[in-house]
Write a protein that binds this ligand. Structure first.
Ligand code: 5GP
Length: 190
């Protein structure tokens, strides 16, 4: 997606060979117009898949997921990273190791909102080693729901997640694919 790649070139900050900071438009300040275009692009790619729900993870997946949900006309569930007081019963949970925080946390989704009748599109902001995606897939499978695919805003193709999800047979659609963050520069795969 050209507008996204341009934004990454203009406003992305390469923190290391592994980490790209996009606080200017996705992870802290949000560019609503760009999010709308991102939602549209996910919807175009998955429109014929009979999606019934989108599942993402708080907090940075929420903006692109809501925009895609608006376009596809389906509800959006965000997995919570801790057990809140209002989210007690029938929890589907999985453990996830955070790439950026380097800590393990539990994600939880209420079984009330996800059932075996659902056909789910998973959306997240980044795909690195695929741990967040795998934890989301785990809770969706616990619900007995099926998975249409995984929509990723920014994929770092040089890390393990993409290849592993491909190998497991999941359809992965990434709107920007980064082949390298070496020498302080962002290189795109395509
Ligand atoms: P994974 O679980 O695929 O290893 O990492 C994905 C998660 O880690 C995303 O939900 C995202 O929050 C975070 N993440 C991974 N790589 C980056 C990065 O380069 N920059 C930012 N800002 N977040 C990242």
């Amino acid at each position: 997606m050209e507008a996204l790649k341009q934004k990454i070139r203009q406003e992305g900050i390469v923190l290391s060979e592994q980490v790209l900071k996009v606080d200017a438009f996705l992870n802290h300040q949000i560019d609503p117009k760009l999010m709308q275009q991102i939602g549209h692009e996910f919807a175009v790619r998955f429109r014929d898949q009979n999606i019934t729900k989108i599942v993402t993870i708080e907090a940075s997946g929420i903006a692109p997921a809501v925009m895609a949900g608006l376009e596809l006309g389906v509800p959006v569930i965000f997995a919570r990273k801790y057990q809140s007081l209002t989210l007690k019963d029938d929890l589907l949970t999985s453990k996830v190791y955070s790439f950026t925080k380097q800590t393990e946390s539990t994600i939880a989704v209420s079984a009330k909102h996800l059932t075996a009748d659902d056909h789910v599109l998973v959306i997240d902001d980044f795909l690195a080693n695929g741990r967040a995606a795998k934890a989301l897939i785990d809770v969706i499978e616990q619900a007995g729901a099926s998975i249409a695919g995984i929509g990723v805003v920014i994929e770092k193709s040089f890390q393990a997640g993409r290849a592993e999800l491909d190998a497991q047979g999941f359809r992965v659609e990434s709107l920007a694919r980064i082949s390298s963050l070496a020498d302080g520069a962002v290189s795109f795969l395509e």
